[in-house]
Design a binder for this molecule. Structure first.
Ligand code: NAD
Length: 475
């Protein structure tokens, strides 16, 4: 029911065969699912050579033909969505409907990038003298090295793979060693759709060793990373040494602002469902909740009721609404956030501890009365914890919302058009959802500012990230 874990280099699937490796664990049970082979240094060199060859071939393929292969891969992914989703749930823990939604959205992203690649228009700029043609064109940057985490095992890889392929680049992707199976299945769709050998390569290994090997290689011209801020800074530094383009999609600490003129119960239902999605292990997860005093009690009551109604369990079982955390590290982290909150005077209105004694389950948690400088209000929890605090005025909440070095996502609820415009403008964030949590779609740019990173994935920006602009002046 799980999958055979292999590397994919130069169009060939490579298994253990004497390679080092590691076990992949089901976070709902703590049991080993399969063994994952690690790429050796020779494998990484082979992937680099394959990607260089693949780039020449793919760049020479017309955007129309590239798009046909990509769309076939998207169709295969849709056909196989049930199996891929089950693989994803077993290794990552989210509930099946969420996994299926992730896989189907991944297929939509491939379609979008396939089509957008056919529209990578340049422009003609009028010359200063007659007879001069000034052309601005877009060219694929070359070989891409991409690194993705464990929270969205197909969605994060697909943003990078489809963006790169749509732009005409080849790519080596190191997906998460903790959730490799769904990405193996994703890559199979491209291979089975007829993608030429070398255009897409999948490797696993010790993250720091693989990333250093690939980023410092001359062949690699662009880096794309999704993960934590400390690792992002490390990889951005390596990219800068080689003057290589980089996209950094890093952590967040998204503020949610609920104004007095919003419906507190409607807002609580919408944002609580979004908070506990993937057990809160989402970079754009709503993280700090500021509620204007008049709405505070009603919002807290409804939010807490929602949290208490969540059914924890194995994501493959029917009726389960939240799965386990993805690994034991997150459990320790949750305990540390909750303990700090309690030490700082916080009240736990729901949850607050581990659930059961197998797997990595943590209860959906609601915390109130925590000071703004507590750990939960300043560091990314990446888990099912929701601190809720009151505020008085617009200016005060803007200052508090903008006070951290994160700038990925933010949310606000209001029934006033003027307040919606004002908060949208005032929040320092790459994405803002106002009376909406729909801030991540294939067609729209996704990315952060401040320490949450730079560059965008998705939308037309998602392909431009893999292009160089060239100017040709022709007399
Ligand atoms: P971590 O910092 O150890 O790893 C984050 C990701 O980066 C993992 O997928 C890991 O394999 C990879 N990684 C680590 N070192 C690397 C290196 N030198 N080169 C290349 N890749 C490397 O943290 P973690 O325990 O896995 O996750 C905890 C934190 O990571 C969370 O609190 C959250 O801030 C962040 N995170 C963010 C996202 C996101 O979508 N932005 C996703 C997952 C984790």
């Amino acid at each position: 029911m799980y999958t055979d874990l292999q590397l994919f280099i130069d169009g060939k699937w490579l298994g253990g065969e004497g390679r080092k490796g590691e076990d992949v664990v089901n976070p709902a049970t703590g049991k080993v699912l399969a063994h994952l082979p690690h790429a050796s240094a020779a494998d990484l060199d082979a992937a680099l050579a394959a990607a260089e060859k693949g780039f020449k071939l793919w760049k020479a393929t017309t955007a129309y033909d590239r798009s046909k292969i990509m769309r076939k891969a998207a169709d295969l992914l849709r056909e196989r969505a049930d199996h891929v989703s089950k693989v994803l749930v077993q290794e990552q823990g989210k509930v099946y409907p969420e996994a299926r939604g992730e896989v189907l959205t991944s297929a939509d992203i491939i379609d979008w990038c396939a089509e957008e690649g056919r529209r990578s228009y340049g422009r003609l700029v009028p010359g200063r003298q007659n007879g001069v043609r000034q052309l601005v064109t877009q060219e694929p940057v070359g070989v891409v090295a991409a690194f993705t985490p464990w929270n969205f095992p197909t969605l994060t890889p697909v943003r990078k793979i489809a963006g790169a392929l749509g732009a005409g680049c080849s790519i080596i992707i190191k997906a998460s060693e903790e959730t490799p199976g769904a990405c193996v299945e994703l890559v199979k769709c491209f291979a089975d759709a007829g993608l030429p050998a070398g255009v897409l390569n999948l490797v696993f290994g010790v993250p720091s060793t693989v990333s250093e090997h690939l980023i410092t290689a001359d062949a690699v011209k662009k880096i794309s990373f999704t993960g934590s801020i400390p690792v992002g800074k490390l990889l951005a530094g390596l990219a800068a040494k080689g003057m290589k383009k980089a996209t950094m999609e890093l952590g967040g600490h998204s503020p949610v602002v609920v104004f007095a003129d919003a419906d507190p119960e409607k807002a609580a239902d919408t944002i609580a469902a979004f908070k506990y999605r993937n057990a809160g292990q989402v970079c754009i997860s709503p993280t700090r909740f500021y509620v204007q005093e008049q709405n505070y009690n009603k919002f807290v009551a409804r939010f807490t009721e929602y949290a208490k109604g969540i059914k924890l369990g194995d994501g493959l079982e029917k009726g389960i609404t939240m799965g386990p955390l993805a690994n034991a590290r997150r459990l320790d982290a949750m305990e540390s956030f909750v303990n700090d909150s309690k030490d700082r005077g916080g009240k736990i209105l729901a949850g607050g501890s581990r659930h059961g004694n197998q797997g990595f389950f943590f209860q959906p948690t609601v915390i109130t009365d925590v000071p703004d400088d507590s750990k939960i209000m300043t560091q990314e929890p990446f888990g099912p914890l929701a601190p809720i605090v009151p505020f008085k005025t617009f200016d005060e909440v803007v200052e508090r919302a903008n006070s951290l070095e994160y700038g990925l996502a933010a949310y606000a609820f209001t029934s006033s058009g003027a307040t919606a415009t004002a908060i949208g403008d005032a929040i320092q964030s790459g994405m803002v959802g106002i009376n909406s949590v729909a801030i991540s779609t294939p067609e729209t740019p996704f990315g952060g500012i401040k320490e949450s990173g730079y560059g965008s994935e998705g939308g037309i920006e998602g392909l431009q990230a893999y292009m160089n602009t060239k100017f040709i002046s022709q007399a």
